[in-house]
Design a protein. Structure first.
Ligand code: SF4
Ligand code: SF4
Ligand code: SF4
Length: 264
């Protein structure tokens, strides 16, 4: 088992860590690396192009296959043109959907405020484009020189770390999330298993909701919340007829209880 994990990590080390899902693995490079070791063809990484397909075939002593084609032209290093996302900031409505979609946390901004892409971190994976409700994100050519091999490895390691940190944050939010999930839920278990085997990536832990807490919250939501709402309505009615400091204070406290229970 450890030998297989080590082999998956070696394959993963060749993959660009764009986490784009174009290989058919929506959760990114690690699940594709695992699937390659289990027998899937090694030529499906679109941003990696022919150099990555060849390197993995050589590692696994398999025949080299022609790499899946990219829509972008091929650079002199044999890989597809690197791209970057750019937000047309004057059109951005600050909905934050792109932040959650970005696997490497390359977008900054907060609710109702303009968002911007940290260009140095953007891999051009395109995952932020579809969720944008006003279609204000463009992809442009990365005009930087083609990176050296050493720079590429460093960049891949950094992107892998950022992705693990992103997964852990999304996992923590999963339990309490109220809004829609922009990106399909990630298979956190797999990343947790690999992070436990490596000191070079941030730890990923699966967050479980305690079953007894779920039962308790369910009871609260069906009985206590209803009770508090009835009391609030009653007090509001009484206060609309005649002001009373004690009742006003009770109303404030009940509203606080309601918010706190709903926030669980
Ligand atoms: S970079 Fe390659 S291996 Fe990673 S998710 Fe994209 S296509 Fe798959
Ligand atoms: S900003 Fe968009 S294109 Fe760039 S890495 Fe994030 S999701 Fe991908
Ligand atoms: S998804 Fe589009 S509109 Fe929403 S914050 Fe991002 S760039 Fe702005």
């Amino acid at each position: 088992m450890n030998a297989q994990i080590s082999l998956i990590q070696q394959v993963d080390a060749f993959l660009p860590q764009t986490q784009c899902g174009l290989c058919g693995h929506r959760d990114g490079c690690l699940p594709y690396a695992k699937s390659i070791v289990e027998g899937e063809a090694a030529n499906k990484c679109v941003p990696g192009g022919q150099p990555v397909a060849d390197a993995i075939a050589q590692l696994l002593d398999r025949p080299s296959l022609q790499a899946e084609q990219s829509v972008w032209p091929i650079q002199s290093d044999g890989r597809p043109q690197r791209m970057k996302a750019v937000i047309r900031e004057d059109e951005c409505i600050g909905c934050t959907k792109c932040i959650s979609a970005c696997p490497v946390d390359a977008i900054i901004g907060s609710g109702k405020l303009m968002h911007t892409v940290l260009t140095d971190l953007c891999t051009g994976c395109e995952l932020c484009i579809a969720p944008c409700p006003v279609d204000c994100i463009d992809l442009v050519e990365d005009l930087n020189p083609i990176p050296s091999e050493a720079f590429r490895i460093q960049e891949q390691n950094d992107l892998r770390n950022r992705y693990y940190a992103h997964i852990q944050r999304e996992e923590q939010r999963r339990i309490t999330r109220k809004g829609p999930i922009v990106r399909a839920e990630i298979d956190t278990e797999l990343f947790a298993q690999f992070s436990a085997q490596s000191n070079s990536v941030p730890t990923v832990e699966v967050v479980h909701k305690a079953p007894e807490l779920a039962v308790k919250l369910d009871a609260k939501s069906t009985i206590e919340l209803a009770k508090i709402r009835t009391q609030i309505k009653k007090l509001e009615k009484q206060l609309s007829v005649r002001e009373d400091q004690t009742k006003r204070q009770q109303l404030v406290e009940l509203n606080q209880q309601l918010i706190s229970l709903q926030g669980c």
